[in-house]
Design a protein around this ligand. Structure first.
Ligand SMILES: [Zn+2]
Length: 129
């Protein structure tokens, strides 16, 4: 399942700094989780690569784009419930480790978390789901 071409494609359609940062954060979370839980010392296992690919597509299609709130603050639940649970589990595991390994990214994620989402009705030209 995991191949180099797919890794390189990840995030190519992310157009704003906000979304690229969000992508970097989720990628770090998945990498920490996979290494600790699945022994993926070098790259992600197929399951985690698949989840990251799914998360990337959700980001690309996020209707808020550069105004995106953190996912925890978002009124739009665009993840499938099973995927959402999986990501929440990963974030719970990676959270304390993120602060140590990626302090700047973690701080910026906290700062992003201070902004609430703009009203969905105020977002025009949505990309659709
Ligand atoms: Zn894994």
């Amino acid at each position: 399942m995991h191949d180099e071409a797919a890794s390189i494609r990840f995030g190519m359609a992310l157009t704003s700094e906000r979304l690229l940062r969000e992508h970097e954060t989720i990628r770090a979370v998945v990498a920490i989780y996979c290494r600790d839980k699945h022994g993926g010392a070098d790259g992600l296992c197929a399951e985690c690569a698949d989840l990251l690919s799914y998360a990337t597509v959700r980001l690309e299609r996020c209707r808020f784009q550069e105004k995106k709130p953190t996912c925890a603050n978002c009124p739009v639940h665009c993840y499938q419930p099973a995927r959402r649970e999986k990501v929440k589990t990963m974030m719970r595991h990676a959270g304390p480790r993120m602060l140590r390994r990626h302090p700047v990214l973690t701080l910026r994620h906290w700062l992003d978390g201070l902004h609430s989402a703009p009203p969905v009705s105020a977002i025009s030209g949505t990309k659709g789901q």
